[in-house]
Design a protein around this ligand. Structure first.
Ligand code: GAP
Length: 436
């Protein structure tokens, strides 16, 4: 008998704190709004998300290069990219309680959600980039910004990349790294934070193939979410209306997920046309066009971009995996993560402390194969199973008094809690097959 309960953001936040996945940043100093730290298990999940993303790119297309750009770039880069002029959200303040809101998320005819008054300031544009100065002299020439998207570093290196790698159009450049946005209202935990990580692929193609390649990428990205084991009834692709497009986009399709707080974007697939390379050509004075030897064509490549936040995807995966059910009339919380994403692949549990030694030997033997596994000896076996369920460990191996005689252990499966007995000699093979 099993009962499904509704997942809420509060439950996810609480699980993340309780099990050390995510902590509010600078908590002992009162915290910093919209910034988070990842603990041991959270870091492992993030690493698995990155690896799954990289694997999915390699599966989708040939000729994908890696790149790691700097986080800081001087003002001219962001003037050329249009971020200084356009990367802003409309902001409004309540004149009574001084609370600040995003104007596009409020009906200004309605009372302030915080104090109930209806007196607003004018709507102003608020630029989301974090500005700083580089070097000892603080004047206009030293202004730099923390990147609000990882992509620009790829565009400004386009000539370097194409001249130092054996690639021809079409090819992609992928990058995983931090981005920073001074969001007016960071909210919904990791969904909208001020410091976050993006996983982006910039696909450079012949303008004539841009629409076709855009469609291929949309298909590939949907397959990626299916490969993570997400409930595909909660995934949809939604095309942007003209009024929603970012300043650099010709067209854009969002991959959306149905969160406990509604359908929201998890990834943007954008046809950026030749906007970025043209802008950087103009502003830097360097030609960022290509010459195709085969067709004898000169052109500025078009760019198809797929951009997903790994923290937002982390939240998506947790919301999707979080399950409450009843096992033998006892409530439990279980994270039904795919084995690829689960932070710990298997736990090795002696039934009682007296049996630690033989189980510890088995654990050490498997650990050397490179699996992320845990040995846990403390607390009742039931409590240890519950902990592993909550952190999404697919398999628990238990060594009991029978093991001494039959050279077998019990394997317990997270989702069903079904148990079976296997020979200790078969554990490696069993793990390998289960984690495929
Ligand atoms: N280079 C394109 C770009 O940055 P975007 O739609 O602004 O496009 C892409 O961002 C993805 O980055 C989003 O789909 C989301 O997953 C993630 N993202 C954007 N802002 C975020 C924030 N404040 N907190 C967490 N993730 C964010």
């Amino acid at each position: 008998m099993s009962k499904q309960n509704q997942v809420t953001l509060e439950k996810i936040v609480s699980l993340c704190k309780r099990r050390g996945l995510v902590y509010p940043s600078a908590e002992i100093y009162g915290g910093i709004n919209g910034v988070y730290d990842f603990g041991h298990l959270g870091t492992l999940i993030k690493r698995n998300i990155r690896n799954a993303w990289l694997k999915s790119l390699q599966k989708s297309f040939e000729d994908i290069l890696f790149f790691e750009g700097s986080l800081l770039a001087p003002s001219p880069v962001w003037e050329a990219s249009g971020h200084v002029q356009n990367f802003s959200d409309p902001m409004v303040d309540c004149l009574n309680c001084k609370h600040r809101f995003r104007a596009d998320e409020l009906d200004l005819k309605k009372p302030c959600p915080n104090c109930g008054q209806t007196k607003w300031t004018e709507v102003r544009q608020f630029n989301l980039m974090f500005q700083t100065n580089v070097g000892a002299i603080q004047d206009k020439s030293s202004i730099a910004y923390l990147r609000p998207e990882t992509a620009q570093a790829i565009f400004i290196n386009f000539k370097n990349i194409i001249s130092t790698n054996r690639v021809k159009i079409p090819f992609g450049v992928s990058q995983i790294g931090k981005a920073f946005r001074n969001e007016i209202t960071p909210k919904q935990f990791l969904f909208r934070s001020r410091e976050f990580e993006q996983m982006e692929i910039e696909w450079f193609c012949n303008p004539e193939n841009a629409i076709n390649d855009f469609n291929l990428w949309c298909k590939a990205r949907k397959e990626f979410y299916a490969s993570l084991g997400l409930n595909m009834n909660k995934i949809r692709l939604r095309e942007h209306g003209k009024d929603e497009l970012a300043h650099y986009s010709i067209s854009c399709t969002d991959v959306e997920y149905e969160f406990p707080f509604g359908w929201k974007e998890i990834e943007g697939i954008a046809n950026r046309g030749n906007y970025d390379l043209t802008q950087h050509s103009k502003h830097s004075g360097k030609d960022l066009g290509v010459f195709d030897e085969e067709t004898k064509q000169s052109y500025i490549p078009h760019v198809i971009e797929c951009s997903v936040g790994s923290d937002r995807l982390f939240l998506t995966i947790l919301c999707d995996a979080y399950t409450e059910d009843l096992i033998d009339s006892e409530e439990r919380i279980v994270l039904k993560l795919s084995p690829e994403i689960a932070p710990i692949k298997a736990a090795f549990l002696p039934l009682v402390k007296k049996l630690n030694e033989p189980m510890y030997k088995i654990y050490q033997d498997i650990r050397l194969l490179g699996y992320e596994i845990e040995f846990d000896e403390s607390g009742s076996i039931g409590k240890r199973y519950r902990r592993q369920d909550e952190i999404g460990t697919p398999l628990c191996f238990t060594y009991d008094f029978e093991s001494i005689n039959d050279n077998c252990v019990t394997v317990r499966h997270r989702d069903t809690t079904n148990q079976e007995r296997i020979s200790i000699d078969k554990i490696k093979e069993y793990l390998k097959n289960s984690l495929k």
